[in-house]
Design a protein around this ligand. Sequence first.
Ligand SMILES: [Zn+2]
Length: 541
Amino acid sequence: MTSEVLYRKWRPRKLSEVVGQDSVTQTLRRSVATGRMAHAYLLCGPRGTGKTSTARILAKAINCLSAVDGEPDNECDPCIAINEGRALDLIEIDAASNRGIDDIRNLSDKINFAPNEFKFKVYIVDEVHMLTEQAFNALLKTLEEPPGHAIFVLATTEAHKVPLTIISRCQRYDFRRVPLDVTGAKLAELCAAENIQASQDALDLIARSSTGSLRDAENLLEQAAVSYGSPLDADQVREMLGMGGDEQALELAKCIVSRSVAEGLSVINRVAGEGADLQQLQRGVTEFLRSVMLSKTGAATTLGYPDETSAVLNELATGADLPHLLRSIRAFSAADTRRDTSSPLPLELALVESSLEPVAAPPAQVADAAARQAQPRQAPTRQARPYVHEQTPVQRQGAPQRQAARPAGAEPQPLPAEPAARLQAQWPQILRALRNTGTRFKLDALLRSSRDYALDGDRIVVKFSHNSHYDRIKEEMSNSSVLRELKEIINKAMDGDYEVVPEMESESNGQSMRQANQSHLVRAAQAMGARVVEQKEDDEQ
Ligand SMILES: [Zn+2]
């Protein structure tokens, strides 16, 4: 497989090659073939569905020296110049960048010059909804009296943000999300051409997680093929998407809520036996249990999960026993799987621990714990009264962060106002919201591959222990629209202005981080008089 980005390499060169947008491309072909061109086109639709590709093909079709049935031949000079990205009369403006706005302002001056080499000068304005009011006015002026040699193709993911005065001057085309089966078939075609062996499950999973964006699907396929090589299976794709064993995690959550300990143990052991990442299982199950709790307490709806998953979680909430749920969340969030990522023991302990009945905790304490748990990792201002069953060495030594503040009332708490606590509380949502952010690599997967994160003033410093992950996130963040999306999601979650700063972890702070995260079992054992005789490094995970 070459290093050339798949979606660029496989970009359609004819209207008939644009995937999943047949009604749009047929109409465009007819209008080119019959010479009934509009002066302005508005291409609307979700990202990655072929709008920009279609705009470029249209530019070729109307300038092609031997177009057939409204299709470019991809052989004449104008076609080749456009394919090679060196056509002077194809002007592409990215309205999302500042330069784009200046470009529009200059447009009205330059638009009257005749084309250099083509019949038509074609202006493609991408993300047109991002223009400022001033730039829209300039654009409107040009659209009101366009010279005969100019054709505008405006593209947007958010048509409702484009002024009606502009829309009314355009021929509008709506691009649809590419259906699952069409995406799957296209991926299979790419695999055959690129000599990638991939299971049907793996391709289905990629198609599903790209939610109708063919570009995302192609990038994910490439990312998977680069990371794991060929053959490619569904587990690898799941791991790459950071949804490692979402299904197993959900299955485990079901076992926990229904107190089926034996069944739960067999899920944990099956996942361990498959060599899957137990940390991901832990994260997944803790997130699911937390969602069940939020749904149970009516504090929030389950955010960001597919409908079927949300339905399962809501159903679980109906049957869940709140105190038991809280014990489970605490046990699973405190389980330390970092030291030895292949040992199922911490999760087994968490499962068994959480299934134990506490010794007659008074109701007030239970409600108290509910409120406490709704706000994890809050600054320890007051001592919480522990459960009776917590007074075993393993429990007490195991989870100092459980000594959380004890709020006055039992009502669900709002998000912490203190930024570090808020970041901690919001991190899972931030990751979920970033599932579709990124061009070649998705930010949620990259951030999940980080070693740790911490707040430093208004900077969220994310530490990476692998150069490849660090380089990838830097590369993604150098893309202005990715960066903008990231900022929006972070700032919304944090309710303030924050900057994400990726950093490579140095040896020394990696060591201290590992020590800080030392297994609670080791600490418990030390408390009981054990001595550490050998430390195993866990650089690779
Ligand atoms: Zn041509």
